[in-house]
Design a protein around this ligand. Structure first.
Ligand code: ADP
Ligand code: MG
Length: 257
């Protein structure tokens, strides 16, 4: 196994997200649950990171801390050098609206609204004019391959299409970070692969930094780096190219579902 060399990896890269000894404890009655138990990690601009780990290992809790949806019990999260804990409510709302796009397993679309209205909603919150929202929304739907479906509501779409709308919505305000929490967890294998490829394309061509929680081994092929979380701690970090080599040398099968 090739050891991950942070200093070498960091050469020529710019830190975008910096997580310092983050802990998050929940209480189950009298019992503490250490969902995050001291996570320290730098994420570099333009990276595609896969956060792997079994159910309950702390992936969503980690995402919520990075995305400013939850406050850690201790430790710090810096986005673009800004300590999230130092932001007031308005500044945090601004950051969440403009800098970070969220994609969830359950899509979380507004079911009564068309694809276009779902995509433009975050622009409305950001104060973008109706005309510009519409133009940008259409361009984003084109970008995710749904230009001809702008008028469809979620119930008229497949899971894969709904997730594309959710990705377009996440990109509404041109964020620098896309946080995707098990984006293919509810999709069949083919739709899941298409979503991987779309995220890969957005990352490589659009430059958006992608942080993706998954336990889908197929995600490996599109990521730059993999981080394994176990019991709220980082168990291992590796560059994906090294993982692929290791897998191939073991003669691992094509893919599994
Ligand atoms: P994953 O996303 O990897 O499945 P989570 O981050 O959702 O894991 O959960 C990590 C641990 O924290 C689990 O033991 C879970 O039960 C616990 N946990 C998560 N959120 C809460 C909460 N709001 N209250 C109590 N326990 C929680
Ligand atoms: Mg989760």
């Amino acid at each position: 196994m090739t050891e991950f060399n942070e200093a070498k990896y960091a050469e020529g890269r710019e830190v975008l997200v910096s997580v310092h000894d983050v802990r998050r404890t929940f209480w189950r009655g009298e019992e503490p649950v250490h969902a995050l138990d001291g996570i320290t990690l730098n994420i570099y601009r333009g990276e595609y990171i896969c956060v792997m780990g079994p159910s309950g290992s702390g992936k969503s809790t980690f995402f919520n801390a990075v995305g400013g949806l939850d406050t850690p019990t201790s430790g710090r999260v810096f986005i673009d050098g800004v300590d999230m804990a130092q932001l007031n409510a308005d500044e945090l709302a601004f950051l969440r609206c403009r800098k970070i796009g969220y994609v969830f397993q359950q899509f979380n679309l507004n079911t009564t609204m068309t694809a276009l209205d779902n995509v433009t909603l975050p622009m409305v919150f950001a104060g973008v004019s109706a005309d510009e929202s519409r133009a940008r929304g259409m361009a984003l739907l084109e970008r995710v391959g749904l230009g001809d479906r702008w008028n469809h509501r979620p119930k008229e779409m497949s899971g894969g299409q709904m997730q594309r709308v959710a990705i377009a919505r996440a990109l509404a305000n041109n964020p620098s970070i896309l946080l995707c929490d098990e984006p293919t967890g509810n999709l069949d294998l083919k739709s899941g692969k298409d979503i991987h490829l779309l995220l890969h394309d957005l990352n490589k061509k659009g430059g958006v930094t992608v942080i993706c929680a998954t336990h889908d081994p197929n995600m490996l092929s599109v990521s730059d780096r993999m981080v394994w979380i176990s019991d709220g701690r980082i168990a291992r970090i590796a560059e994906s190219k090294d993982v692929e080599i290791a897998q191939n040398s073991l003669g691992a099968g094509e893919e599994e579902d």
